[in-house]
Design a protein around this ligand. Structure first.
Ligand code: ADE
Length: 226
């Protein structure tokens, strides 16, 4: 999968994609992330990409021209499946959307800043608008990092044990059951005996019961979704 990200602070995303699973995904050639500095398409030699908003009001708005030039140039080269704008008023990001996006070949993310981007870019170029939650970040970069991480780990081959993503919380609308590792007893606290029994059917049943109980207790709303 090829992911391109347009931002005025691409440096913000250097670290998230240079370690751990995302690094492995890129080394294995399964996911390639390219950052683009929007100022490359600035309207003047001072790197201008934003301007005051019509109608007055505090805060700058990211201008059409740099964004449209950037999107057109990159889209001509990469034919994006989706052009995604990160914004608090977008569709709420959830596991189902991560699953759907992980099947795409090429994605472009636009990170907004200040008051956001000129509405005409949203109207004419953006195919999807996504929010990672009901709070306002100072820019779309961290939202892009969250989404790319969630998508990247679903690409077959990225995780060592390919089945493990299937048992994540939220797949099947259930939270994940508790997990334990060695030692079997620590400070007198014992691992549930069923996990040491070697009986795989019983273990699967126990995990399923635990997942349902945890979901009922912490996120009953998930059990009502279809
Ligand atoms: N940009 C600012 N806040 C955001 C949010 N909650 N989700 C996605 N992009 C954002």
């Amino acid at each position: 999968m090829n992911i391109h990200i347009i931002s005025v602070v691409p440096e913000l995303l250097e670290s998230p994609f240079s370690h751990s699973i995302m690094k492995r995904a890129s080394e294995k050639g399964l996911m390639h992330v390219t950052m683009h500095q929007l100022r490359k398409w600035a309207v003047n030699e001072y790197g201008m990409v934003d301007d005051y908003q019509f109608g007055g009001g505090a805060g700058m708005v990211m201008m059409c021209e740099p964004l449209v030039k950037a999107i057109e140039e990159l889209n001509a080269a990469h034919a994006f499946d989706e052009i995604i704008y990160l914004t608090p008023d977008g569709e709420k990001f959830q596991q189902g959307l991560a699953n759907a996006l992980s099947l795409k070949k090429s994605l472009l993310f636009i990170c907004g800043h200040y008051k956001g981007i000129d509405q005409r870019v949203r109207d004419h170029f953006i195919t999807r608008e996504i929010s990672i939650g009901d709070y306002v970040l100072s820019g779309g970069e961290l939202a892009a990092a969250v989404i790319v991480d969630a998508i990247g780990r679903l690409i077959p081959g990225v995780l060592n044990d390919e089945t493990s993503a299937l048992f994540d919380s939220f797949q099947d609308n259930l939270l994940a059951p508790p997990v334990y590792t060695r030692p079997e007893e620590f400070h007198g606290w014992k691992v549930p005996a069923v996990l040491l029994s070697g009986d795989h059917k019983k273990i699967a049943e126990w995990r399923n019961e635990q997942a349902i109980a945890r979901t009922q207790e912490r996120r009953p709303d998930l059990l009502k979704e279809d």
